[in-house]
Design a protein around this ligand. Sequence first.
Ligand SMILES: NC(=O)c1ccc[n+]([C@@H]2O[C@H](COP(=O)([O-])OP(=O)(O)OC[C@H]3O[C@@H](n4cnc5c(N)ncnc54)[C@H](OP(=O)(O)O)[C@@H]3O)[C@@H](O)[C@H]2O)c1
Length: 265
Amino acid sequence: MSKQNISQKRKSQKIVWITGASSGIGRETAKRLARDGWTVCVSARSEDKLKSLSKECTKMPGVVMPFPCDVTDEDKVAKVVNTIEESVGQIDVVLLNAGTYISNSVEKFTAESFKKHTKVNLEGTVNCLAAVLPNFLKRKEGHIAIVASVAGYRGLPRSISYGATKAALQNLAEALAIETLDKNIKIQIINPGFVKTPLTDKNDFHMPMLMEVDKAADKLVKGLYSDKFEITFPLLFAEILKFVGLLPHKLYIKLVYKITKDKLN
Ligand SMILES: NC(=O)c1ccc[n+]([C@@H]2O[C@H](COP(=O)([O-])OP(=O)(O)OC[C@H]3O[C@@H](n4cnc5c(N)ncnc54)[C@H](OP(=O)(O)O)[C@@H]3O)[C@@H](O)[C@H]2O)c1
């Protein structure tokens, strides 16, 4: 599609910026929003995958525009946000979805692996937040959705590093929501259960209630259009984890150990 056609197509369309859109949940959500007519600016490190996503969406009512970037690079993230705002228009919604997951047991725990998680999942999200927040505060409008995980509710096995970063994101989103309640900025936290993506394809254990990625994207987009603070899917899995999570620490630890012990070894 020519540049002129693209610019005509995105006139009067709302603009969303999605990180981690080269695969999995981010990619599927980008397609879903393009189908709904959004101008979707997509970031990830894999430029080729972002370009192929953009091509895949050319016949849709919306448009997908690639802005490759590593979220751990604070300066590059700030530049991407500036470029989008100058060349495409004011960002209405950001979906901070880029994330990484290394499944490892306690025997394989290393500081390096923990730091990989914090660098991408936590600091990467913070870099994006810091780049968009001043504009949202100035304009007194904006919508920030952060992808965490049900693994952030309470500690889970094989999730020592990953879960800690997701719990931090949940806390961050809650604090942000309180601070921005009177500033016309909508904050949402997205806590998926197991969704079939390249991230979970690495798991060698049974994933209860594993959801297909197109269904997950449908739920995610429905949630973005709602006023809910938390968006979670599959709902039943999240509800079970929340219920079990009400247990006192010692009981919780023993129960989760019992349930997962044979499945993980
Ligand atoms: N799948 C699940 O069951 C599940 C459950 C709960 C939460 N989540 C969360 O959902 C989000 C998406 O995960 P997914 O399952 O869709 O996994 P995925 O298919 O592996 O997607 C991860 C995305 O993040 C991007 N990414 C990774 N490191 C990056 C970096 N440094 N800079 C920019 N982009 C980066 C990847 O692109 P590049 O490699 O091209 O950079 C990719 O687009 C993650 O935050 C994950 O923690 C997933």
